[in-house]
Each structure stands twice: as C-alpha cells, then as structure tokens.
Ligand binder design. Structure first.
Ligand code: NAD
Length: 301
C-alpha cells in the first residue's frame, strides 16, 4: 500500500471558497472590505514571487491588498514610519513584512512595530507568547496550514507521537507548539540533532521543515506514519522537491504531502484566513463599542 497523497491545492481551494463567503458577509454587514498591506524591501527574487502570489490570492477572495515596495537602500526609519501609519489606518486589517529584510534592518524591531492586532503572520512577540499559552489570535501561516490539512483528512493528533524536523521561528517552533496544544507528544529535531532517524522512526506524525532534499529516507519513517513535507528545495536541474525522498517514503507512510502542491498552497491561504479574522474581530469590536456608547448615552439622559 502506498500513502494517500494529501492534495494541498484542493484543500486550499475549499478554504479559499470559505474565505470568499466570509468577505462577502463582511462587505454586506459592515460595508467594509478587508485590507492587507504587504511591505517588501529590496529585490529578492523569491520574495517577489511570494509577494505577487499573496496579492493574487487576496484578489481571488475579494480582500483589498496594497503593496509597499522599498529599495534595498531604504532606511529602517522609513519602513517603521509606514508601519506606524498602517497600524492606525482603520482600512488596513493585516500588515505583513516580507522576510528576509536587508542586513541593515533589525528584524525584531520591525516585526515588533506592527500592531499586534494586525500581525497576520503571527511573528510579533505578543502573538508568539499567545501561541505558547495556546490562544494566539494569529497562528503563523505555514504551521496553521499544516494543522488545517491534518484536520481536513480527519487525522487524530491527540495522544500521538509527533516529530518536527526543523526548529525555525517561522515553521518548526510554532509547528511544535500547535501540535502540543492539540495534545500530541512532540519532539523537535534540528541541525545539531544526533542520529535523526532514532527520533523520526517513532513519529506517528512527522513534519519536516529543514530545507534539505532527501533528508528523510524510507527507512527513517515508521510504517503508516503521516508525513508532512514542508521543505521547498530547487535542485540544480530546476526541479522543486521537498525534504523527503518522496517515492521511498510514500511506500511506508499512510499519508504524505507532495512538493509542490502540499503545504505550499495552504500557507498563502491561511494568510487570507488571518486577514479576514482580523477584519471580523476589529469590526465586531467597533460595533460593540458603538452600541455600548449608545447605551451609555441613553443611560446618561
Ligand atoms: P530555516 O533555515 O530557518 O530553518 C531550518 C531548520 O531546519 C533549522 O532549525 C535547522 O536546524 C534545521 N535543519 C537544517 N538542516 C537539518 C538537518 N540536516 N537535520 C535536521 N534539521 C536540520 O528554514 P525555514 O524557514 O524553517 O524553512 C524550512 C524549509 O521549509 C525550507 O525548505 C523552506 O523553503 C520551507 N518552507 C516552506 C513553506 C511552505 O509554505 N511550504 C513555508 C516556509 C518555509
């Protein structure tokens, strides 16, 4: 038996359909269109592709998106000024700074300047803290997308052994926290882990986000494991592959995500979900404030 292939494109399409409906409801109920601001500094070719994918995805579901492009030579102050303006602009519900930033930037400072209420990537320390205690308002998009894939396939997480390979702030660590929040027993491996296979072989759910082609081979995977390959690597021949030996691993796993077409389409989609949730939250809060003001005004008469 070979693994069932989890079709990230199809799941992403169905989540985007839900997004379109939520955007329509917001427009009808509040007369407001959710807005996302995307800031990019410099000319990184991969970042350009990611940014245009995000803008296109927004258009697809009816979110207003605005791109702010700065040259490589831009100063941190210029970018911080823009973030400050966007943070108080009521038409903007999400602010995203495309990473990486040029060397002269202090990433923590820039991400920390985004209003925690509009931090749709979930990288602001406030939201990272929320994730640690299990109630962030903005789950980081890639691990959020992985959780959505598991949920879509009806894969039980509670009580299972989950191993995350990769411990970055944007994928591995939040992934481990989300799996833990869903009551998995979680191990986290990284580049300094000795004998990776002794951990991966125990995984009922194996999430790999290392950025190394062929890191996970068939013999490193437990029979019937669920394997989620987050890695995206371009081989010298131009082919895009994940971190797993796909053909080998799919012989042992019960589920596997392909690369491309697995986790990738979910990442951008969860950004749309976070932006819409942010708009809903702020509009509900504003209408609650307006209604309590009316009550107070009446009470004062
Ligand atoms: P990163 O470079 O910031 O972190 C990589 C992590 O993997 C580190 O913790 C490192 O210690 C670990 N690692 C590296 N080599 C290893 C090895 N040989 N054994 C065990 N652990 C090892 O990368 P990242 O931003 O977390 O991204 C990881 C991969 O996921 C990349 O291929 C990236 O392109 C991909 N990615 C995909 C998506 C998506 O939407 N599918 C989103 C983000 C990142």
């Amino acid at each position: 038996m070979t693994a069932k292939i989890i079709d990230g494109k199809a799941v992403a399409a169905s989540v985007r359909e839900e997004c379109r409906t939520r955007v329509d409801v917001i427009k009808e109920r509040y007369g407001v269109t959710p807005g996302l601001a995307v800031i990019m500094v410099g000319e990184n070719p991969a970042s350009k592709v990611y940014v245009s994918n995000k803008i296109r995805a927004c258009e697809e579901v009816g979110i207003n998106s605005t791109k702010y492009l700065f040259p490589d030579t831009a100063s941190q102050e210029e970018v911080l000024d823009l973030i400050e303006q966007l943070s108080i602009d009521p038409t903007v519900h999400g602010i995203l700074v495309q990473l990486p930033l040029p060397k002269q930037f202090d990433i923590e400072r820039v991400l920390g300047a985004i209003s925690a209420q509009k931090d749709v990537d979930g990288f602001h320390l406030y939201n990272v803290g929320g994730l640690v205690v299990g109630n962030t308002i903005f789950p980081p998009c890639t691990p959020f997308g992985v959780m959505r894939l598991l949920q879509h396939e009806g894969i039980e997480v509670a009580g299972r052994n989950a191993v995350v390979v990769g411990a970055s702030n944007i994928v591995g660590k939040p992934m481990a926290l989300m799996l833990m929040q869903n009551e998995a027993t979680v191990s986290v491996c990284h580049a300094r882990t000795r004998d990776l296979a002794q951990f991966t072989i125990l995984a009922d759910i194996l999430v790999v986000a290392a950025g190394c082609p062929n890191l996970i081979l068939e013999q490193m995977v437990k029979k019937d494991a669920v394997v989620i390959d987050v890695g995206i690597n371009r081989l010298p021949n131009g082919r895009l592959v994940g971190d797993c030996d796909y053909e080998g691993v799919r012989k042992r796993a019960s589920y596997i995500t392909p690369v491309p077409g697995g986790v990738g389409p979910m990442t951008v989609t969860m950004l749309l979900v976070n932006t819409i949730s942010s708009a809903e939250r702020s509009l509900m809060a504003a209408s609650y404030r307006a209604s309590t003001n009316i009550h107070e005004a009446h009470g004062a008469q």
